[in-house]
Design a protein around this ligand. Structure first.
Ligand SMILES: Cc1cc2nc3c(=O)[nH]c(=O)nc-3n(C[C@H](O)[C@H](O)[C@H](O)COP(=O)(O)OP(=O)(O)OC[C@H]3O[C@@H](n4cnc5c(N)ncnc54)[C@H](O)[C@@H]3O)c2cc1C
Length: 503
């Protein structure tokens, strides 16, 4: 009989804490292993984190959520990608759309045919060959359905939601499944003097909570993983120099668009996330290159509607913990690191840490070989995402500010250099093992940021010029027809998942 874990304590009740609690309560029998979560209303949560990527659908499936109900309760909208404005140069924009681009032909990726024609000036922009790209441009949305070979069978989407309502939603889910919530502030942590394992945490109230396994979801503080286990932090701000964000909601002035917008400014960028009841906005910037006051006024001057609250300042250091799992303590969420919200990857990283935890679920022996492999996989995942984010900053033509001059000329990690060089040479992009972003994501961003390959896969030349032209045209026609069939995003929400009005 294995020496099973009988008690798990989650410290922190933000999105990470409650998502972890929800997943554990769904997959585990809480009669044999109880799950307790301690959080402090006084401290509160980071309260941002409103855009996601399509993989979140898997998390919803794990919880067996009714997706319409989930969208209603979180004032959610649908997301087909991210529009990047002013990133390559001022006035230019492109979309990083989810899902397929075109249709591969004779075992060669569609984009090599497209690259050939684009080099000849005979192709439209990349987003015109993606259903998510064209639907975004027209404000259309629907979920995929079985429509045979039509792109309507294959619409990749994610969600925007109100962070506070989402945390409440997953909390209700967890509490219905026997997760015990304790309100209180953790003041100290007791370690076993022989093993260095955490034995218990002490609340300010004097209550002591023991457990076998501690999950640190305490946010940037990293109360357990850093405060108690002192694992250290890899600081990545030389590559991802933004370290502050002002966040403010504002009134909506029109129907919600089905994508996030990211607009580059002089020392960072601004997000715009449309929800049903408001728009979420934030200005992510580098305090080395811009003062907090200036960043705040840029944000307030670039809102669609009236601000609904005072802007809130959040401070962070981009990077990751040197170890996400140490002894009987695992960090999930912001406690494990943060790479800034540019591609909405943080909630995904919470989800993937939970998935990895299920694969490496320990018993009381906490086998080091498992912990090492968990940490190796987690490092791989975040390092690949980090490189993808650096790409956005580095591959720019902007020279209008100190910030962009720094980003454009900074040295970058060697694997990213190699990826860019390979693309420049012949348009080839390879997904590295299980890295998060696909070759199509890399393509959309590399091309969108202005990197132009000198060539393409020579197998493309087997097909005549006329035939490639016809096929590209046919892809475009089919996509346009499919998008004509789709309702507007606003209409789709009204018909399927309209939230109740909040006064
Ligand atoms: C500016 C910004 C924008 C972002 N945008 C996105 C986005 O668009 N998409 C995305 O995926 N992610 C985004 N993120 C990240 C996302 O917000 C987080 O990944 C997510 O909210 C999870 O946060 P968390 O639960 O780890 O931390 P928090 O929300 O900070 O929660 C920490 C919890 O720990 C508790 N706690 C702390 N100390 C103690 C203590 N001593 N005792 C008891 N309890 C304690 C707090 O009360 C709280 O409940 C963004 C982050 C930032 C900073």
């Amino acid at each position: 009989m294995q020496d099973s874990i009988k008690k798990i304590l989650i410290v922190g009740g933000g999105t990470a804490g409650w998502m972890t609690a929800a997943a554990l309560s769904k997959v585990m029998d809480t009669r044999f292993c109880s799950v307790q979560l301690v959080e402090s209303d006084d401290i509160g949560t980071v309260g941002v984190g409103e855009a996601t990527i399509p993989i979140i659908q898997m998390f919803n499936k794990l919880l067996d959520l009714d997706e319409d109900e989930f969208v209603k309760k979180t004032q959610g909208t649908f997301k087909l990608g991210i529009e990047f404005v002013n990133w390559k140069s001022i006035g230019q924009k492109y979309i990083h759309a989810f899902g397929d681009v075109g249709k591969d032909m004779d075992a060669v990726q569609f984009y090599h045919y497209w690259l050939k024609m684009a080099q000849l000036g005979q192709a439209e922009e990349l987003g015109r060959y993606s259903i998510a790209g064209v639907a975004s441009a027209h404000g259309k949305f629907m979920r995929p359905f079985d429509a045979g070979n039509s792109p309507l069978s294959n619409i990749a989407y994610a969600f925007h939601f109100d962070a506070g309502l989402y945390a409440r939603f997953v909390r209700e889910f967890s509490e219905c499944r026997e997760v015990q919530r304790t309100e209180g502030k953790v003041a100290a942590t007791d370690l076993d003097s022989n093993t260095g394992f955490i034995q218990s945490v002490l609340l300010e109230s004097g209550e002591r909570i023991e457990a076998d396994f501690f999950i640190d979801c305490s946010g940037f503080r990293g109360l357990l993983i850093d405060g108690a286990m002192k694992v250290g932090y890899d600081n990545w701000s030389q590559w991802l120099p933004c370290d502050r964000a002002w966040a403010v909601p504002c009134e909506s002035v029109g129907d919600p668009i089905p994508y996030t917008r990211s607009t580059a400014h002089a020392a960072g960028w601004q997000w715009r996330i449309p929800l049903q009841h408001r728009v979420g906005n934030g200005h992510v910037f580098s305090s080395k290159f811009m003062s907090e006051d200036e960043a705040r006024s840029i944000l307030l001057n670039n809102l669609d509607g009236k601000p609904l609250a005072e802007p809130r300042l959040l401070k962070f250091v981009t990077g990751k913990r040197k170890k996400m799992w140490e002894k009987n303590c695992l960090a999930i969420g912001l406690s494990s690191g943060f790479m800034e919200p540019l591609e909405s990857t943080s909630i995904h990283l919470v989800q993937s840490s939970i998935g990895r935890l299920m694969s490496f679920f320990p018993n009381k022996s906490f086998d080091q070989v498992d912990i090492d492999e968990f940490n190796r996989q987690a490092d791989f995942e975040v390092e690949k995402i980090r490189d993808f984010l650096i790409l956005h900053y580095h591959a720019t033509e902007r020279n209008d500010s100190e910030f962009w001059n720094y980003c454009r000329t900074m040295s970058i990690p060697p694997e990213l250099t190699q990826k860019i060089e390979q693309f420049k040479k012949n348009g080839r992009i390879f997904r590295n093992n299980n890295e998060m972003f696909s070759d199509l994501s890399w393509l959309e961003v590399m091309y969108g940021q202005g990197i132009r390959p000198r060539s393409y896969n020579p197998l493309v030349d087997r097909m005549s010029h006329e035939e490639i032209t016809q096929r590209l045209e046919s892809v475009r026609r089919v996509i346009d027809k499919s998008v004509d069939y789709m309702p507007t995003h606003a209409q789709y929400i009204v018909e399927n998942c309209k939230a109740e009005k909040i006064d």
